[in-house]
Design a protein around this ligand. Structure first.
Ligand SMILES: *Cc1c(COP(=O)(O)O)cnc(C)c1O
Length: 362
């Protein structure tokens, strides 16, 4: 290797597996004898159809997606789903949302434009530093769905157990944890994820939705906003994000090759442990999230002052560890250590922070 790759701790877009980037590089000018790059290819061509079909099949294999779920590749990012979900799934005009941080809050804001939103539990009282108890929520009988953000990217918390929805459909935003660990798809009515956090390039969302939730009585909804449009047309009603589908497909194959989501989860747990063990033993740095709700992917932490936070961010950046500045709503620092962050990256960062602490003021 004649170049140095940065350990990029960005919350997204984020690192991709190096092996995948190399494959993409090798296929850039001539994809498998087609004489063109995937960026230049008709989405109606047989060669691209194979790319989409394989991407979907590999994702189905990885997650064990049951046959009665559709897999859709849609543009507009995870943000468009904040609107599409209530527009498509609110039959009775009522949904329960759990408020655990910035992303669930945004989803609540959009859903309120469509129907009645009941915030059945919230951790706003402690600046979203814990997951509220969701074992016995007050859920009206005619609620259309229960909504969670399963990993809050900004606040760095994750669910250990899914809410008890009392028989209602569960909808989950998995953007910043998608494919980080095994997932029992049939626990959900719908899962979605913007791919630029844990999978591939920005500009696409993966939607996994149970077929019976796809309605055909929504003619007045703009055609692009209906799940039915995407489901009936194999995610190709219009030109899809061909590039993102291609790159994500490669990541799905890569994950299969390293042993699937079990293996990925094991590695993610090891990586997070390196970081949390350090934080728990440090006098200078403190994690901001209740231990039992800590994310494996996004790890926010602070020092005793804003000035010192800024000093550490500057020092890490100078040392080649990028994007550690925390989100403004939490402050401090945040290390996002998604699937593609190597364990060596986390170890190197911890080593750097440990030395920073030891030498501080000397
Ligand atoms: C980043 C993020 C979003 C927004 O994703 P876009 O693709 O930028 O719209 C939504 N939810 C979560 C949990 C996120 O991390």
């Amino acid at each position: 290797m004649n170049y140095q790759r940065t350990f990029n701790f960005s919350a997204g877009p984020a690192m991709m597996p190096e092996a995948v980037l190399e494959e993409i590089r090798d296929e850039m000018l001539n994809y498998r004898g087609s004489g063109m790059c995937v960026m230049e290819m008709s989405h109606r061509s047989a060669v691209f159809q194979t790319i989409v079909d394989e991407a979907e099949q590999d994702l189905r294999d990885l997650m064990g997606i049951p046959d009665n779920y559709k897999v859709l590749f849609i543009q507009g990012g995870a943000t468009l789903q904040f609107s599409m979900i209530p527009m498509n799934l609110m039959k009775n005009g009522k949904a329960v949302y759990i408020e655990t941080g910035a992303w669930s809050k945004k989803a609540i804001g959009e859903a309120k434009k469509v129907g009645e939103v009941i915030v059945a539990a919230s951790s706003k009282d402690k600046n979203y530093s814990y997951i509220p108890d969701c074992s016995d929520l007050d859920i009206p009988e005619d609620t259309d769905y229960v909504y969670i953000c399963e990993n809050e990217t900004i606040h760095g918390l994750t669910y250990q157990t899914l809410p008890n929805t009392k028989g209602h459909v569960l909808v989950s935003d998995q953007s910043s944890m998608f494919l980080s660990k095994p997932c029992n798809v049939s626990d959900y009515g719908m899962i979605y994820a913007g791919v630029q956090k844990n999978v591939g390039p920005a500009g696409m969302v993966v939607v996994i939705i149970r077929e019976d939730l796809i309605r055909d009585d929504l003619e007045n909804l703009p055609i692009y906003m209906q799940y039915k449009t995407h489901a009936d047309n194999g995610s190709m009603y219009n030109t899809p994000n061909c590039w993102a589908i291609y790159c994500c497909g490669k990541v799905f194959k890569y994950l299969k090759s390293i042993g699937g989501l079990e293996a990925m989860n094991k590695l993610n747990e090891e990586k997070a442990k390196v970081m949390y063990d350090f934080l728990d033993n440090s006098k200078m740095f403190t994690g901001t999230v209740a231990k039992e709700c800590r994310s494996l992917m996004n790890i926010p932490f602070v020092t005793e002052s804003k000035e010192l936070d800024a000093e550490v961010v500057a020092a890490t950046k100078a040392a080649g560890y990028d994007n550690l500045k925390g989100h403004k709503s939490v402050g401090g620092l945040r290390a996002s250590i998604y699937n593609a962050m190597p364990k060596e990256g986390v170890e190197a960062l911890v080593d750097f922070l440990r030395k920073f602490e030891e030498n501080y003021g000397k």
